[in-house]
Design a protein around this ligand. Structure first.
Ligand code: HAM
Length: 410
């Protein structure tokens, strides 16, 4: 038998998990300091949540969902988490909480995509969703949080693109204009774009197919894209967002072709990309989705959020230094080692010892590779009740009581 990880999935081994913990810890602290609270939702949900929530014109729903039937119920491994968080928001009556409700989450997502560098079938997202604020201040708040976190993680060469795709009031007229402009050459667009033409023609604008890109670079279509189509309220919302970003010294570019691959967005959409990634260069994506809570059965609640791909962020990081253990206990008396280790761990000192009870010299060698101090507990130390503490960086060695050891290590 030759069992391996399924295509598009990856084991995250100890030489990498410490980097994941570093990112998660940084994110947790920043979210706590900014008054976001963590939410954990199930990894699978009713399929209908995604067909209705993410939208039946999206690639995610049409081609990428891991769906299975259990006792006649259709369930799907979550391809993203905004729909799940909205479901939980409604189910637990969170609209009754004081606004804004600021939530964050992390966890695995599943999309049946063609795996390549930066694109997996099981990947991990870390994201935020803010409910209850229609003002562009909430859009600025979530963008600011993303930029702050990515900056704290030391990521360089990022660029933020923003767009406003209008609201249900003004978008239909724009969709019709796009349809009119692409119609003469519609038969030359890809098969996905044919579906988008029927269900959400806006999505044709950011089709990744090279030929579609060429067809779109046509003066008539450009004119439709560049013409301000959004209503006055959306224009005001977009300029307020820009004022906030300028006040925050956050650089951005307006990309009128940015639409994003999920149907629930209205008004603001944004993406943070990195020039240090290959073709899958989106680190973080998000936007406003005011109609979604009501669409999924809740009371009308404006909302905005983003998610970033953990794998992509981690691939861009300079790994943090591995923290050595405080102490490695060197002894041939395993029972005493257990006792001493417990005493040290109670004092929040990290320590380990040799369960295989190897020769002293071997233990010292191991200690110098992984710890700051060796705490030697030979026969002499056991009979006298005094410990020998060896500083593995300087080589200094001295006899100390347990209390003195604590002081020296701490
Ligand atoms: P998304 O753009 O589909 O948005 O995904 C967000 C991020 O997840 C991407 O920018 C990318 O870094 C990462 N990602 C997506 N697919 C993959 C993959 N197959 N392999 C590796 N990384 C991937 C959403 O999911 C929205 N729910 C974001 C959001 C939250 N909008 C509002 N609130």
């Amino acid at each position: 038998m030759n069992l391996k990880t399924p295509k598009g999935t990856k084991d995250i081994l100890p030489d990498e998990t410490y980097i994941w913990q570093y990112v998660e810890e940084k994110a947790k602290n920043i979210f706590n300091n900014s008054n976001y609270q963590e939410i954990r939702t199930p990894i699978f949900e009713a399929t209908e949540l995604f067909t209705r929530g993410v939208g039946d014109s999206t690639d995610i729903v049409n081609k990428e969902m891991y769906t299975f039937i259990q006792k006649e119920r259709s369930l799907t491994l979550r391809p993203e988490n905004t729909a799940g968080v909205v479901r939980a928001f409604i189910e637990h009556g969170m609209h009754r909480l004081p606004t804004p409700v600021k939530l964050w989450y992390k966890g695995p997502m599943f999309r049946y995509e063609r795996p390549q560098a930066g694109r997996q079938r099981q990947f991990h997202q870390l994201g935020v969703e803010v409910f209850g604020i229609e003002n562009a201040s909430a859009d600025a708040e979530v963008i600011n949080t993303a930029m702050f976190l990515l900056d704290e993680l030391g990521l360089k060469n990022l660029s933020l693109e923003i767009n406003n795709i209008g609201c249900p009031k003004c978008r239909n007229a724009y969709k019709e204009k796009i349809k009119e402009a692409v119609k003469p050459k519609l038969d030359q667009f890809c098969t996905d774009c044919h579906l988008r033409y029927e269900k959400n023609p806006l999505r044709m604008l950011d089709c990744k197919n090279e030929n579609c890109g060429k067809l779109l670079a046509n003066p008539e279509i450009e004119a439709v894209i560049n013409n301000e189509f959004i209503c006055d309220d959306c224009v005001k919302h977009f300029s307020e967002l820009q004022e906030y970003l300028q006040a925050l010294n956050i650089e951005y570019k307006i990309n009128k072709r940015l639409v994003r691959g999920l149907d629930y967005y209205n008004r603001t959409v944004f993406e943070i990309t990195s020039t240090n990634l290959g073709s899958q260069n989106a680190v973080c994506g998000g936007g406003r989705y005011d109609p979604l809570v009501e669409m999924l059965g809740g009371s009308p609640t404006p909302a905005v959020g983003w998610a970033f791909g953990m794998e992509r962020v981690i691939s861009l990081l300079t790994p943090p230094e591995i923290k050595p253990l405080d102490v490695f206990i060197v002894t041939n008396n395993t029972k005493k080692a257990f006792e001493l280790a417990e005493k040290l761990r109670k004092e929040k000192i990290s320590c380990d010892f040799d369960l295989a009870n190897r020769k002293f010299q071997k233990q010292i060698e191991k200690a110098s590779k992984i710890a700051k101090f060796a705490l030697i507990l030979g026969e002499e130390e056991i009979s006298s009740g005094v410990l020998t503490l060896k500083n593995l960086q300087t080589g200094n060695q001295e006899k100390s009581s347990f209390e003195e050891v604590l002081n020296k290590i701490l």
